[in-house]
Design a protein around this ligand. Sequence first.
Ligand SMILES: [Fe+2]
Length: 506
Amino acid sequence: MGSVPAASVPAGARVCAAAAVAAAGACLLSLPELRTPWWAVLLLAAVYAACGQAGRRAGLDAFYPVLLAAAFLLPPPAAALVAVPGTLLTPVGDPPRPLRRLWRAASLCLSVHATAWTYWVLGGRDAVVASDLPRALLAAAFAVPVFCLTAALLDGAMRMLADRVPARAAWRHRFVPSLPPMAVHGLAGVMMAVLWRSPHGPAAALLVLLPMYVTWWVFAQSDRERTAHRSTVRALVRAVDLKDGYTRGHSERVGQASVMIARELGMDDDRVEVIRFAGILHDVGKIGVPTRLLRKEGPLTPAERRAIELHPEYGHEMTRGIGFLEEARAAILHHHERLDGSGYPYGLSGCRIPECARVVAVADAFDAMTSTRSYRRARPVAAALEELARCAGTQFDPRMVTALTGALARHGWNPVVTSDEPAPAAAPPAAPSAVPSAAPAGGAPPAPPCRVPAATESAAESAAPSGDAAAAPPGPTAPAGGTAVAVGRAPAPGVRARGPGEGAAR
Ligand SMILES: [Fe+2]
């Protein structure tokens, strides 16, 4: 719930916590006057505490169906009491721990009380006693949002006072996102309450918890698995960044640009996640390339270039057997292929190049052009898109270029880089008016020739990118696939110029 700072708790937050504890105490005051079914309170409180303890060992959050069943079965004060022991037993991470525990217990107690009161007013408890499931569900449809609202209000208030965040930020995204999962918990709570009052009794009601708990556990495991995947990917990217300091942050930005393209193309969430991994890991094979080549300042010899051009295959091999990267591996292997078949490693052309590789190729080239390196400065977003559009149909898939153009026109380009080094100077956001129209759907735009900058090259760039001509000292230019373009350095003899995506040869 509320996030009270560890070192010093602001006075406002203390007052808020004290008020919540006092209000919770007031809610419980009427308990002695009620005909409270103490055995039911104790049983539900014990089940809630046990589920909570078991869940925390598995990395899960509170298990709400028991609390909601209590709210649907018991008088409001008795239902509120069910939440208290389990919450007080819950370990808290940061000090001041007693205050945090009290705050959590009080806020949950108040939320359950408000829910139980709403349910009782709407006749839900009578419906449960009468086993009238439709009416019980209808009342729950109103009572569960009350739970979410109360919890969101209390949590937001504490966040505002303890963390001193503006009210809007404190309450934003607290109520609505909590509704879907709580609706599921509420459904289980109603089933549990109806069974509890049925001839089958509490034992049958507790059995409802088993499938619910298993589902809860599976979802949580899946969430943990996703977190583990992201950590694995981050570790791999860090290894690449450490090896090739020139391109630090490039992988993350390519991942973000790839996601923008994928979303613009209407891919589903699972596919977007694959594309994200593909973009982030496209150059993971650089780990297998000698560092001296990646960091070489001068022109590359043909042998050195051939060694660098092995990185897609290294990356493909490195990620073999990692199940969640299966489709991303195709992008890792083929992100330097060109639509006209002049790329590497296999010289695939057109639709024979996997779709995810065509996405990553465009994202890779775009970031290469819009990032500052120690040896050249960034190009404006509009200029980079113009260059991509020029090479659409020969080097890049026009669909992907169009998608990136459209996405940037709507969202701009503000990549978030978590690398531990200062991010390269950001390219200016893509103002809609500055974004050129998308590449034509049918093929390569007419002249001038395709000459996009090498994506992430330093020394390799000496053999490449004309796209840098705008930012570099003037030099001879040539079409891609022909002779090299000088970007302040002499091209390596016998080395052909590279296109934008190809620059990621480094
Ligand atoms: Fe690459």
